[in-house]
Ligand binder design. Structure first.
Ligand SMILES: [Zn+2]
Length: 501
């Protein structure tokens, strides 16, 4: 082993030591949302705080930083992927060093505790009980933005955590472009004399049957169950403990069997990305997803572009029927049309493809204002109602269906919501490019042949991990960086046909 190879190996080993502690934290996170009893919350929050402090200590300690500096001194002699990884690690170290370990510990403890407070407040429609917690979190996130530093808005510093390169101004532009197309388009759809009945796709199925069929569906799509597993949680999610252990949590609704099917499609898309990351770079930024927006593009592509397409249902309806999980008298075409019904509804995660991005607009405006200090936490319900009215033309009937519906703010995830809109845009870009490369895509989907579409995503997106920026990955795969045009084309052509506009 050459001297430089030895130095890189040492850097990788020190990175992996930190990563292993993060694996423990991910496993605890999984446990918190799927298993942990209520009385375990407070002690668990202390554990999370201590782990965050330990990771901070290790990431700024001599063993890791000496190994990083040693390889950094010869970074130009490394191959391009590893040079990027080392430069990214240096940038991350500079950022980590700005934080006092006590700040990191306090924020982790606070957000871990907040999860239970938020969940109870949501269950009992009691916003007041969550507001003190939210006030402390907003204050700490504002402090975090100040510590990181920013040019124009403190919200820029938080956005950058999820989608590097995004700014408040660029998000405002992108969401503005989407909403000026979507808002009048929704009006046209809802004014159409041709209506679509969403109730056809709602049918009951015992939860035990749902469990079996969702695991079978995910495996059929290509989820590797030797390197992953399924669980249940009130809020569906996916997490990677390490490359051989990727987990999906789904929620089963007895009276609406396809609800879980769409969660499974979504989370399986996320899981594909994690199972396809370059394992050689595990422990470094190169072994991670390039951005949250790109991650979300993978889930939305399987959930919507594939999962809400007619060819997919030509395969999926008979597949579900074989598992006694689908009404015998319901056709693929009818369920497909029903699944694409457009309506102004209060819940983001239940929203159709056309109105979905309009749910991101009020969230962006509110969290930006909270972080910039132009909105008080006490006024968040009013802001929610105003935002929903402005962008969707509706007001939720209570806070459970309103400002309390999402877990993000309790977790401290300010700046995350725009990633969903970016994900929808990237998904449409990638979907168009996939279709160009695989002209027989519809036939494959109708026959349940998912190997080629998954393989295309593996080659175009997953294998790069974090060695390229998300926008560069999309540019190489599609010929263009972030562009809303393919998304708008996709929505317009699909829904013009469904609603006979
Ligand atoms: Zn997602």
């Amino acid at each position: 082993m050459s001297d430089l190879e030895g130095k890189y190996a040492k850097f990788l080993e020190e990175s992996l030591k930190i990563q292993r502690i993060c694996s423990v934290d991910a496993l605890l996170g999984w446990d918190m949302e799927t298993q942990m009893p209520e009385k375990g919350a407070s002690a668990r929050a202390d554990v999370s705080g201590q782990i965050a402090a330990l990771v901070h200590d290790m990431a700024t300690g001599a063993a890791y930083t000496d190994a990083l500096e040693a390889v950094l001194a010869e970074v130009d002699a490394l191959d391009v992927d590893r040079a990027t990884i080392v430069r990214d690690a240096k940038e991350e170290l500079e950022k980590t060093r700005k934080f006092d370990p006590s700040f990191v510990k306090e924020l982790a403890t606070l957000t871990s505790n907040a999860h239970g407070v938020w969940a109870a407040a949501k269950d009992s429609n009691d916003l007041a009980s969550f507001l003190p917690c939210l006030t402390r979190i907003v204050a700490m996130k504002r402090q975090e933005a100040a510590i990181i530093g920013f040019a124009a808005s403190p919200y820029d510093a938080l956005l950058d955590e999820y989608d590097p390169g995004l700014t408040t101004a660029s998000v405002e532009r992108t969401l503005g472009e989407l909403s000026s197309f979507l808002a009048p388009f929704v009006d046209r759809i809802l004014a159409s004399p041709h209506t679509v009945d969403a109730r056809l796709a709602r049918f009951a199925l015992p939860v035990d049957r749902q469990r079996d069929v969702n695991v079978a569906l995910s495996r059929e799509l290509g989820f590797d169950l030797l390197g992953g597993c399924f669980g249940e949680a009130p809020h569906p999610f996916m997490t990677r403990i390490h490359p051989g252990d990727v987990r999906i949590a789904t929620r089963y609704v007895q009276d609406d069997a396809l609800n879980a099917v769409f969660s499974t499609l979504h989370e399986t898309g996320h899981a594909f990305y994690e199972q396809g990351l370059p394992e050689a770079h595990y422990g470094t930024s190169g072994g991670e997803a390039a951005s949250f927006g790109l991650h979300e593009s993978q889930s939305r592509l399987w959930e919507n572009l594939i999962g809400r397409s007619l060819p997919f249902w030509k395969w999926c309806a008979p597949f579900l029927k074989r598992h006694q999980a689908f009404p015998a008298d319901l056709s693929a075409e009818d369920v497909w049309r029903s699944l694409n019904a457009v309506a102004r509804t209060p819940i983001r995660t239940d929203a159709d493809e056309v109105t979905y991005n309009l749910h991101i607009c009020p969230r962006f405006e509110i969290e930006r204002a909270l972080i910039e200090g132009t909105l008080e936490v006490a006024d968040v319900r009013d802001a929610w109602h105003d935002g929903m009215k402005k962008h969707l033309g509706i007001v939720p009937k209570n806070d459970t269906e309103g400002v309390l519906q999402d877990s993000h703010w309790a977790a401290g995830y300010f700046g995350y919501f725009p990633s969903y809109a970016i994900g929808n845009i990237y998904a449409a870009q990638l979907g168009e490019a996939m279709r160009r490369t695989l002209p027989g895509l519809d036939t494959m989907l109708a026959q349940g042949l998912f190997t080629l579409p998954l393989g295309w995503l593996r080659g175009a997106v997953h294998r790069h991990g974090g060695t390229l920026e998300a926008d560069e990955i999309v540019r190489r795969a599609t010929g263009s960086g972030l562009s809303a045009q393919p998304f708008m084309r996709y929505i317009e052509s699909k829904y013009t046909a469904i609603y006979k506009l």
